[in-house]
Design a protein around this ligand. Structure first.
Ligand code: ZN
Length: 270
């Protein structure tokens, strides 16, 4: 890959990094990342990945921009209210970095389309806010042997881990989705807007680390923080042989759409 003078200038702060350099930037520019959800987490993830020069960014989200999204979903502006989120996100990415190819899916990720969509990408980022889709992303990535970053935020808390084949998956830690309505979503319980940025930028960094091979990923580790105390904790995790999807006797061998409580439907993929 031959960088133009403009690209060398644009990516100079990456190229200056000894661990990244021209070679690392080439890997970033050839990388393909799927962002599931163009909401609180997906917004900073997509923005930073676009700025970094990721070659192809896929964005899947079935929602339109709502005024209440703007408190944290920084890729959407006031004029975008009622516009499909994937379209709004694509416009901002194109303005930020015309090098990036954006592929949009104005749909929900489901058991029917998940494997077909993720197969084209190197890395998947979970930017959703509901458990059925989080488990679906995990199962699809485990079955397809795709690395992904899990992320969850609520109120003042954030939590993230990175899966790569052979290491602990989300189900190794949390066997199955909680019953509908057992855990509130951000649209029910609220979230401090900046928390989305704190967690989303960690997820974007994990995607860039994976593509460049720099550093140690959050594999077999669950990072959580509370913004009230600003304390970060990392818990060691490990692959579980009893895991329903990646254990030695898996019970999840194909994708399932888990039941979603009616009142949460509107916030899917947020
Ligand atoms: Zn597992």
């Amino acid at each position: 890959m031959d960088f133009t003078e403009e690209q060398i200038n644009r990516y100079s702060r990456h190229i200056l990094l000894q661990d990244v350099g021209v070679e690392g930037q080439e890997k970033i520019c050839n990388g393909k990342v799927l962002v599931v959800g163009a909401g609180g987490l997906g917004a900073p993830v997509a923005f930073y990945l676009a700025a970094a020069g990721i070659g192809t960014i896929g964005i899947i989200d079935g929602d339109v921009v709502d005024l209440s999204n703007l408190q944290r979903q920084i890729i959407h502006f006031t004029a975008d209210v009622n516009k499909p989120k994937v379209l709004s996100a694509k416009e901002k990415i194109n303005q930020l970095n015309p090098d990036v190819k954006v592929i949009t899916y104005q749909a929900l990720l489901t058991a029917d389309n998940a494997l077909d969509i993720i197969k084209d990408y190197d890395f998947v980022v979970d930017g959703t806010d509901n458990f059925p889709v989080k488990f679906l992303i995990n199962d699809a990535c485990v079955l397809a042997k795709k690395p992904f970053s899990h992320g969850g935020i609520l109120r003042f808390d954030g939590q993230t881990m990175t899966y790569t084949p052979g290491n602990a998956c989300y189900r190794c830690l949390f066997h199955s989705p909680p019953p509908p309505n057992a855990v509130p979503t951000c649209s029910q319980a609220g979230v401090l807007g900046a928390i989305a940025g704190m967690l989303g930028t960690i997820q974007a960094a994990e995607a860039l680390k994976y593509l460049t091979g720099v550093g140690e990923l959050l594999t077999n580790r669950l990072l959580s923080f509370n913004a009230k105390t600003m304390e970060f904790r990392t818990i060691k995790t490990k692959h579980s042989d009893n895991c329903p999807v990646c254990g030695s006797h898996p019970t999840v061998t194909q994708l399932v759409d888990y039941e979603q409580a009616t009142c949460e439907l509107k916030s899917k993929n947020e």
